[in-house]
Design a protein around this ligand. Structure first.
Ligand SMILES: *[C@@H]1O[C@H](CO)[C@@H](O)[C@H](O)[C@H]1NC(C)=O
Ligand SMILES: *[C@@H]1O[C@H](CO)[C@@H](O)[C@H](O)[C@H]1NC(C)=O
Ligand SMILES: *[C@@H]1O[C@H](CO)[C@@H](O)[C@H](O)[C@H]1NC(C)=O
Ligand SMILES: *[C@@H]1O[C@H](CO)[C@@H](O)[C@H](O)[C@H]1NC(C)=O
Ligand SMILES: *[C@@H]1O[C@H](CO)[C@@H](O)[C@H](O)[C@H]1NC(C)=O
Ligand SMILES: *[C@@H]1O[C@H](CO)[C@@H](O)[C@H](O)[C@H]1NC(C)=O
Ligand SMILES: *[C@@H]1O[C@H](CO)[C@@H](O)[C@H](O)[C@H]1NC(C)=O
Length: 511
């Protein structure tokens, strides 16, 4: 049996839509969780007074928020003094909690974010939202693994030269509630979780109104392949409603421009169909006996997944998840690390043991000094991998749905889609993703099938290939990176920085 912890970060081996409430709750700033001694942080003080003004004059305060009937909501923001986020004295970062719909001091529902300002003209720089995978992993893991200026080593917080924040604002979100430092009332599916993100973003842009007009990009990986299209779909539908004058009171347009996914799990059928091909044919992750046994499960796995698509009851979806995610992943790898088939680890799949930085991240974010700097109340425990969230999403059948079918409508509406894939990942292995993208009925399908994988001479990772449709960096682009596993940004931080810069600035990869 695959241990739960392994599936937590290995979604690949792994809703209902509720109308979000129109009015945000009226909850006052909770002094207990307000950061003490932040007077040296001018911006934090300004923010706190802005929040104060929202509490006092909820509909008449600033012009920016005057049409906003969001009311007041809980917000607590600190400006941590970590030197990594203020490297060269340039940018800085802000972190804290925002209360979501239904949040009260007694029954909280609060999202934790860590916003890193762009070093160059943050007021005009694109905003990249970054979330975790799982379901159940903290949204701070990728940021401290190469995206943000702050990394984490054995010694604690360090500076990361390959940060994305030279040109872009980075907004890390512990998503959904129950992971990382986000706490309170939880949800059990990705669509409800996406509605929570929309609520969070509306409020975030009240706190940072200058960022609202900027390009907005969603970044995810792994189970982010489920979260990402759900968040994008909710934003896109709400934007359309606003354009038709049918928006919720106070809600404003969010400038969603594109989605970037690394080694995602989005399309269960393509994923399972090619999983064993990767593990048994292209690579020898299992031995021949194990492969033979696993291949006998595959037809039933594909049938049950198809059934779950056609008759999408919770029972059918959970049955397919148990068969495909659990049994198909149960074979011994004899120490080969599924997330990076180049690596061996005697105690695999013990994640804490095989990926020591998981433990460093957990230790760092549970350190009382670090928590105080981030504005996190002492009593909130940092949850790197939440079993509770995983179980809730699993039991609701969140994993086995045709999530990839959310992409075509988004692409048709001009939202660009990037996939950048570590080829050494046996967990969300590239053949399943590539197959899914080829089958996707989008305006770009024919061109995507007809075009070639071209070698991108990036000077960092040889033989990285790009298959792209559309001008500039493309509308529909697939990048395959030879020397990277599941955790692409950690494996190739310099290359990923370059990919993100090309993509967001819409510069062609192949000159
Ligand atoms: C940040 O503040 C903490 C106290 O909250 C202090 O211990 C630490 O030395 C400060 N770090 C820097 C880099 O100023
Ligand atoms: C394959 O691995 C399984 C599980 O460790 C073992 O029982 C079996 O004997 C191995 N088969 C071969 C051919 O090595
Ligand atoms: C927490 O972090 C601070 C600052 O980095 C460090 O001085 C302290 O030793 C850490 N505490 C523990 C218990 O690790
Ligand atoms: C998911 O959560 C909703 C709302 O709390 C609840 O009504 C529903 O029963 C849950 N679904 C499952 C399968 O647990
Ligand atoms: C590609 O994306 C751009 C930017 O959103 C959009 O204007 C354009 O129409 C898209 N191309 C196609 C063929 O849909
Ligand atoms: C790149 O691919 C070519 C053709 O497959 C191969 O000959 C070459 O060794 C590869 N280069 C590296 C650095 O892996
Ligand atoms: C990307 O750049 C190309 C030119 O290289 C341009 O034709 C296209 O419209 C741009 N797309 C976006 C979304 O700006």
């Amino acid at each position: 049996m695959e241990p739960v912890k392994s599936s937590l970060i290995s979604p690949c081996t792994g809703a209902k839509y509720t109308t979000p409430g129109a009015i945000l709750p009226t909850v006052q700033e909770d002094p207990a969780t307000r950061r003490k001694g932040s007077s040296k942080h001018v911006f934090a003080v300004l923010l706190l007074s802005l929040i104060g003004s929202l509490v006092l004059f909820s509909t008449i305060s600033k012009p920016e928020s005057s049409s906003y009937s969001l009311g007041s909501f809980f917000a607590s923001v600190a400006t941590p003094n970590f030197t990594c986020s203020a490297h060269n004295g340039g940018s800085t970062s802000h972190s804290g909690h925002i209360g979501l719909k239904g949040d009260t001091p007694k029954n909280p529902k609060r999202s934790f974010f860590w916003y890193f300002e762009a070093e160059q003209t943050p007021e005009n720089a694109p905003v990249i939202l970054t979330i975790g995978g799982g379901p159940g992993t903290s949204g701070l893991m990728s940021p401290v693994s190469g995206q943000s200026p702050c990394g984490i080593s054995e010694k604690g917080i360090i500076f990361n030269g390959n940060r994305w924040t030279e040109h872009f604002n980075l907004l890390a979100l512990d998503h959904p509630i129950g992971v990382g430092y986000s706490y309170g009332t939880t949800v059990n599916n990705s669509r409800d979780a996406a509605v929570d993100v929309y609520d969070f973003l509306q409020k975030f842009f009240v706190l940072y109104p200058n960022l609202r007009k900027n390009k907005f990009i969603i970044s995810g990986g792994s189970y982010g392949g489920v979260y990402g299209p759900n968040i994008a779909t909710v934003i896109n539908l709400k934007n359309k409603a606003i354009a038709e004058g049918k928006g919720e009171p106070g809600a404003k347009h969010i400038n969603l421009e594109s989605i970037m996914l690394s080694n995602p799990y989005s399309d269960p059928i393509s994923h399972f169909r090619w999983t064993l091909h990767y593990r048994c044919v292209l690579h020898q992750v299992h031995n021949s006996t194990t492969c033979q046994e696993l291949y006998t499960i595959l037809p039933e796995c594909l049938e049950s997944t198809q059934l779950a698509f056609e008759i999408p009851t919770v029972e059918n979806r959970v049955a397919a998840a148990n068969l495909c995610k659990v049994r198909l992943n149960a074979g011994s790898t004899h120490g080969t690390v599924m997330e990076d088939t180049r690596k061996k680890c005697a105690t695999y799949p013990d994640m804490g043991d095989c990926f020591p930085y998981f433990t460093w991240i957990s230790d760092t974010f549970n350190n009382a000094t670090i928590k105080r700097e981030l504005g996190v109340p002492d009593e909130i425990k940092y949850v790197t991998l939440s079993d509770e969230v995983f179980e809730a999403f699993h039991s609701a059948g969140d994993q086995v749905q045709p999530h990839h079918l959310m992409f075509p409508p988004l692409l048709r509406d001009g939202i660009r889609l990037l996939h950048y894939i570590g080829a050494e990942d046996g967990n969300c292995a590239w053949p399943g993703t590539f197959s899914s993208l080829k089958l996707l009925r989008t305006p770009f399908q024919q061109d995507f099938l007809n075009t070639e994988d071209l070698i991108w001479e990036n000077g960092i990772v040889p033989n990285t290939t790009v298959r792209s449709v559309g001008k500039g960096a493309g509308n529909f682009t697939y990048i395959l990176i030879p020397e990277a596993g599941h955790f692409v940004v950690r494996d190739q931080p310099a290359l990923v920085k370059s990919i993100v810069e090309h993509w967001v600035q819409n510069e062609s990869f192949i000159s």
